[in-house]
Ligand binder design. Sequence first.
Ligand code: ZN
Length: 118
Amino acid sequence: MSNFWNELESGLQTAVEECEKAGRKAVTKTRRVMRENELRRTLRDKYAELGRLVYDARGQESLDEEEVTSLCISIGAIREALEEMEDAKSAEKKYKICACGRKNDKDAVFCQGCGGRL
Ligand SMILES: [Zn+2]
């Protein structure tokens, strides 16, 4: 009888641990998705700002180059961060993303879209 209780206890323990593990994974994923969405929103805002600057300067030769440069630096940094996130995701999902944007099997050597070496 004590064997039964021991097995039950260790079975429950394992179930609880699995639940905790799954919960932690879900939290990490949610945080990552939120961060990614935030980055995409910021990127969109920066592009809009850049567009407005260029639009306003049109025909006036008053483009604030410093502001444009600073916006471009921000945009570059955000795009890099998003690319890194994309790379991390594809490594997890077990496929490779080619420079052309096509998803390929993790083991693929050449891209199925453009034929380029992966
Ligand atoms: Zn490709």
